[in-house]
Design a protein around this ligand. Structure first.
Ligand code: COA
Length: 177
């Protein structure tokens, strides 16, 4: 994981997002890029802006890490309103044939050069965990129920408070060194 960000409200862990490493198999060379996964908000706290705040923070984290692009597979309805756009329009190819085109999205950063196109390649552990492609019948639509199982963070250094959801939401980021 390149970065993990948790959302905390009143000392309660209410959300988590991860920014992971992946590659872009460009013709010129293999490029280190990033993918947003996983993302979760505590069901009882959903629809209060936590997911949006975490996506925004993940985009900033990927940008700060110097990765030229941040990819994901997810709902275009959700991510399309939060800075992501269809990745195939930039010449990127999805990592799996099971990835619905609409679900394959990207935020390209200024550091991306025009030659940086090609197929996204996931690390083996991501593929082994079946985190690529659509494993469900409703392609590209993420389930709305999710436990907080992925929301864990040991090191909350670099914690920063942001003005969001009544200024009570704290985002704590751990960046890889
Ligand atoms: C997706 C998720 C993180 C959003 O968290 P959140 O804190 O509720 O997000 P926000 O409050 O910022 O935004 C809520 C909006 O997202 C919409 N939304 C939530 N899940 C959605 C989905 N799967 N597809 C489309 N829209 C979705 C809500 O309807 C709501 O829309 P509105 O603003 O028009 O009312 C949360 O629903 C969740 O944990 N879902 C289960 C895990 C998951 O699907 N993760 C994403 C995997 S790609």
């Amino acid at each position: 994981m390149l970065a993990e960000i948790v959302a905390v409200i009143d000392d309660e862990l209410v959300g988590h997002v991860g920014v992971s490493h992946c590659w872009l198999d460009a013709r010129q060379e293999l490029v280190d890029v990033a993918m947003l996964s996983p993302l979760s908000a505590l069901p009882s706290k959903q629809s209060h802006g936590i997911g949006t705040a975490l996506v925004t923070a993940a985009i900033e984290a990927a940008r700060e890490l110097g990765r030229p692009a941040l990819f994901l597979e997810g709902s275009p309805e959700f991510y399309g309103r939060r800075g992501f756009t269809g990745a195939s329009t930039f010449g990127f190819e999805a990592p799996s044939r099971r990835t619905p085109e609409a679900a394959f999205q990207v935020v390209p950063f200024d550091s991306r050069a025009d030659w940086m196109t090609g197929r996204v390649v996931y690390p083996r552990r991501v593929v082994a965990a079946r985190l690529c492609g659509a494993a469900r019948s409703r392609l590209g639509v993420a389930p709305r129920s999710c436990s907080r199982g992925t929301s864990r963070l040991n090191d909350t250094s670099n914690a920063c408070s942001i003005d969001w959801v009544g200024a009570h939401l704290c985002l704590a980021t751990r960046m890889a060194t």
